[in-house]
Design a protein around this ligand. Structure first.
Ligand code: DC
Length: 224
C-alpha cells in the first residue's frame, strides 16, 4: 500500500482529556499502529532535564530532538537503551515538554519521526497538532476535550493509582497553565483541526468515547 493510502485517524486534545486511552483502544480495535506524539516531546524534555540543557536554548533542544535514540516496544518506551515509560510521565517532564514544544525548530526536528509511524494497515495519532499540521489529510480527525475539573480529577486518580502523591489545587493550576501555553503558542497551537469532530468526554467513559470514534470511522470508510 502506498503511504498516501494508509489510513490515519488523528485524536488531538488538551492534557488529561483521555485522548491517550481512547487513541490506544481505537488502535487496538482496528489493529492499527499508535503514535503517542506527546511522548516524543516528553523524551526530548527528559533528555534535556537529565543533561542539564538550558531550557531556553532552542538550538540545543532541537539538536536533542533530532538525535533522540528512542524506540517504542509494545507498551514500553526506550530512550538510549533505558526503559523510561514511567519516567516521562512525571509532571515536571510534562511541563517541560509543554515549554520546549513552543520552539519551532524543536517541533520541526520531530516531524520525520512522527510521519514514520504511518505504516499499514493504519495509524491512530494522538497529540495536539496531528490533524492540523502533521497529518492534514487524515481520513478522520477527532478533537477530544473535557472540562478542566474532569481532567484534573482524572489526572489526580491516575497519579494516586501509581502511588505518586498529588495535590488537587496544584494539578488544577498546572493544567490551566499548560492549556494556556499549548493553546496560545505561535506555532501549531492546540485548536480543533478543520473538519474535526469535537467530542466532550466530561461525562463519558473511555469506552463510550472509543465507540463514538469507531462509529465515525465506520461512517467515513463507507462510499458516499
Ligand atoms: O500529550 P502529552 O501531555 O504527553 O504532551 C506533553 C506536551 O507535549 C504537551 O503539553 C504539549 C506538547 N505536545 C505538542 O506540543 N504537540 C503534540 N503533538 C503533542 C504534545
Amino acid at each position: 500500500m502506498v503511504t498516501s493510502q494508509i489510513p490515519v485517524i488523528t485524536i488531538d486534545g488538551p492534557t488529561a482529556s483521555g485522548k491517550g486511552t481512547v487513541a490506544h483502544r481505537v488502535a487496538d480495535k482496528l489493529g492499527f499502529h499508535y503514535l503517542d506524539s506527546g511522548a516524543l516531546y516528553r523524551l526530548t524534555a527528559l533528555s534535556a532535564l537529565r543533561r542539564g540543557t538550558d531550557l531556553n536554548d532552542e538550538h540545543a533542544l532541537a539538536k536533542l530532538a533530532e538525535h533522540l535514540q528512542c524506540s517504542f516496544q509494545g507498551g514500553d518506551i526506550i530512550l538510549s537503551q533505558e526503559n523510561v515509560t514511567d519516567a516521562i510521565r512525571a509532571e515536571e517532564v510534562g511541563n517541560t515538554a509543554s515549554k520546549i514544544a513552543t520552539f519551532p525548530t524543536v517541533r520541526h526536528a520531530l516531524v520525520g519521526l512522527q510521519l514514520g509511524f504511518r505504516k499499514a494497515p493504519g495509524v491512530v495519532a494522538d497529540g495536539r497538532d496531528m490533524g492540523s499540521v502533521i497529518f492534514p489529510h487524515a481520513v478522520l480527525k477527532v478533537f477530544l476535550t473535557a472540562s478542566v475539573a474532569a481532567r484534573a480529577d482524572r489526572r489526580y486518580k491516575q497519579l494516586i493509582g501509581k502511588g505518586i502523591s498529588a495535590i488537587m489545587e496544584d494539578l488544577l493550576m498546572d493544567l490551566q497553565a499548560r492549556d494556556d501555553r499549548d493553546t496560545h503558542r505561535a506555532i501549531a497551537p492546540l485548536v480543533p483541526a478543520e473538519g474535526a469532530h469535537v467530542l466532550d468526554t466530561s461525562n463519558m467513559t473511555a469506552d463510550q468515547a472509543v465507540e463514538q470514534v469507531l462509529q465515525w470511522y465506520a461512517a467515513v470508510g463507507k462510499p458516499h
